[in-house]
Design a binder for this molecule. Sequence first.
Ligand SMILES: [Zn+2]
Length: 129
Amino acid sequence: MLDITQLKAFDDRLCARASLLTVEVNAARRHAGTDLRSETSDLKDAASAEAQAVVADAEVERELAELGEIRAARERIRNGTYGSCVECGTEIDLDRIGAHPQASRCLKCQLRAERASAARAARRAALHR
Ligand SMILES: [Zn+2]
């Protein structure tokens, strides 16, 4: 069980990470709106600028997903369920939360969820072949 000092420390880390991600997402959005076009004329390589935009989009998407996870983790801190696996209720290993403060599942449930989502993706790919 995490004590109040530990919870506060994780909340601070999550909050700092969320601020950083928000700054990055906003910067990426501004960049996509303006700078990208001017870069294109400099580089005279529209394809490369487009490729960069796709990478930036994927990055923003990942950052937004992480922001969502952080928001959920801070919600769990407030409602007292932080540190317990959302699937099985087991206490999540402290090393794991230390490395991923937004982790919502214990390692076992996380691996199972990843396997399930990989299986779903494989099924989708097979259907669309
Ligand atoms: Zn679990």
